[in-house]
Design a protein around this ligand. Sequence first.
Ligand code: MG
Ligand code: MG
Length: 254
Amino acid sequence: MGITIKSSSEFDLMREAGRIVGLAKLEVANAIKPGVTTSALDQIAERVIRSEGAIPSFKGYGDPHNPFPASICASINDEIVHGIPGNRVLDDGDIISVDCGAIWNGLHADSAFTSGVGNISKEAAELIKVTSLSLEKGIEKAVIGNRIGDVCSAIQTYAEAQGYSLVRHYVGHGIGYSMHEDPQVPNWGMEPGLGPLLKEGMAIAIEPMLNIGNHRTKVLSDGWTVSTDDGELSAHFEHTVLITNEGPEVTTRC
Ligand code: MG
Ligand code: MG
């Protein structure tokens, strides 16, 4: 699929999808504490999304032989993305990345955050803070006339200056009637001024994943969960961003 340009009415539907994802993230964030299972968090997100009349976009996503079984991805500590919710109980000192998506009248929102569980190390708290700020650096560059390389470079420059490595194998993406559309929005390796031009009516999901150790990843035996290869911590923040005449508009804040 190529890059799609949305109408203002389609942007309105994307805003509503984003509002619902923001609400789901807020309720999940409020429930994160030691002793809670990741499946309990998943149930909260699914309840919020469905009670708002939307559809959880992650459930059933992917390979029909091994579809993603839940409404959120829950990735703990060295897990980066695509963790499957289940009976795992959150421990004091863990960090958890929650990724969540919803469809409203055919249009998507996709957003993620990382949170500490109880009391976390200074090292973990700093990772979370820098990952969140690196997303904001990317969003600032998501303006008409810039290119994807400007977004990528802002994220990479900031994150690497703070001493973190960026996951290279998984990237942000265009979003609209599909969760994953063109263009790809990498967090590493694209120079300013290069890549697809940002135009009014585009929508992109920007999603830096930062590692304390090296950038390498591996997929676990469940076929979904992606973790750091070296076992070090990773964090992930994501927003769905509309490219408008008034600048970047984030649909998925909570
Ligand atoms: Mg996501
Ligand atoms: Mg995404």
